[in-house]
Design a protein around this ligand. Structure first.
Ligand code: NAI
Ligand code: MG
Length: 367
């Protein structure tokens, strides 16, 4: 079958790292006879420059129609003074909202060659491979009522509402259990059922889905504050963690630091299962457009390349091919290749964005 991919390179280093992903896609086309139907379009500041909107209706419709969207990054100082509705980030938010991407997948995977790079001791992180599933479209960032009001007593009050429905919890729980079945078959659900009603419902509904649909997967529950502690104390105890929007925001950023550089971190955002049994999906590196290094060949393309590997695994069910890409990344790192962001002060010469991409393709050749 033809796998359709929409590539949205975006701004800053987005196009630079995406050029290296193209090399990997081309490698699969020529060496594994995998035909990807790839189209490219504009998002963010680049789209604003071209037609005055950070995402056109045509691009939005196209994103809805393909199997997977691969995005670089959006934003930059040039667009900082634009009206809120025209800002580059709005392009990305529109994609997430209209595709209803409710499950945000953030792996924290430690490549052994970079274990020394973690904020933690190497033995705590070496071999680490966990996946945080964060609910992305509901919870306290969206709940009503919200606002800042006079409190009637001469002061003010700021209000946000944590609100989750049964179905919102069940669908993200299913995403987590499905993932666990492709991994180590374990899910840990985190909330604050001790002090929050939404946490009580969260625990009950995750348990319901487990009991009725995924009894084969091991499920544990943890309070999110204890979970944060365990994540730093002994992260390897976890396989898949599922949690709400707010806790997931914090826990996934903390987990990111277990593995080192922003230039290494991929992500996926998944929605409901659409045609051909595939979830709607957007893949993107965690990092932004890095205007401080844009145009200098310094960007690390690995986060974006690993995001493509996630697309292979989760949108196309090509797990073995995803393993190949991750293996190639592991191999070049083991050989000591480093972009500037992965270097300390030890005097090693960094490789450029394109040299890193070429080396990963060469490592694929060697498999
Ligand atoms: P950033 O992630 O772009 O950069 C933070 C720091 O990490 C910078 O020093 C940058 O040089 C470095 N860095 C990031 N990615 C790297 C890579 N692949 N290789 C090597 N070094 C890398 O975050 P920042 O500076 O806060 O934001 C810059 C712009 O990006 C802003 O306009 C922001 O709104 C936007 N942004 C966009 C995101 C997205 O498209 N999803 C996410 C985060 C920020
Ligand atoms: Mg965050």
């Amino acid at each position: 079958p033809n796998h359709s991919i929409l590539i949205l390179p975006g701004d800053g280093i987005g196009p630079e790292v995406m050029a290296e992903v193209r090399k990997v896609i081309n490698w699969f086309a020529t060496h594994r006879n995998l035909s990807f139907d790839v189209t490219e379009d504009l998002v963010g500041g680049a789209a604003y420059d071209a037609h005055g909107k950070p995402l056109s209706d045509e691009t939005m419709a196209h994103a809805q129609a393909v199997d997977a969207v691969l995005l670089g990054a959006v934003g930059g100082p040039k667009y900082d003074d634009l009206d809120f509705s025209l800002k580059p980030e709005r392009g990305l938010l529109r994609l997430r909202k209209e595709m209803d991407l409710f499950a945000n997948l953030r792996p924290a995977q430690c490549f052994d060659a970079l274990a020394g790079f973690s904020s933690l001791k190497p033995e705590i992180v070496s071999g680490l491979d966990i996946m945080i599933v964060r609910e992305l479209t509901s919870g306290i960032y969206f709940g009503e009522p919200r606002g800042i009001h006079d409190d009637g007593d001469g002061g003010r009050v700021g209000i946000n509402t944590q609100r989750y429905t049964t179905e919102e919890i069940r669908r993200v729980a299913r995403a987590a259990f499905d993932l666990a079945r492709k991994r180590d078959n374990r899910v840990c659900s985190m909330e604050k059922a001790n002090v929050m009603e939404s946490g009580i419902l969260w625990r009950e509904e995750v348990s319901w889905v487990h009991e009725h649909e995924y009894p084969d997967v091991a499920l544990t529950h943890m309070y999110a504050d204890a979970g944060a502690m365990q994540l730093v104390r002994n992260p390897k105890q976890f396989d898949v963690i599922v949690t709400d929007n707010l806790f997931g925001d914090l826990l996934s950023d903390a987990a990111a630091m277990l593995t080192g550089s922003l230039g290494m971190l991929p992500s996926a955002s998944l929605g409901a299962i659409a045609r051909n049994g595939l979830p709607k999906a957007l893949y993107e590196p965690v990092h932004g457009s890095a205007p401080d290094i844009a145009g200098q060949g310094k960007a690390n393309p690995i986060a974006c390349i690993l995001s493509f590997a996630m697309a292979l695994r989760y949108s196309f069910d090509l797990g073995a091919e995803a393993d190949l890409v991750e293996g190639a990344v592991e191999a070049v790192l083991a050989r000591g290749l480093r972009t500037a962001d992965l270097l300390g002060e030890d005097g090693t010469e960094p490789v450029t964005t394109s040299e890193m991409g070429d080396a990963i393709v060469a490592a694929l050749d060697a498999t």
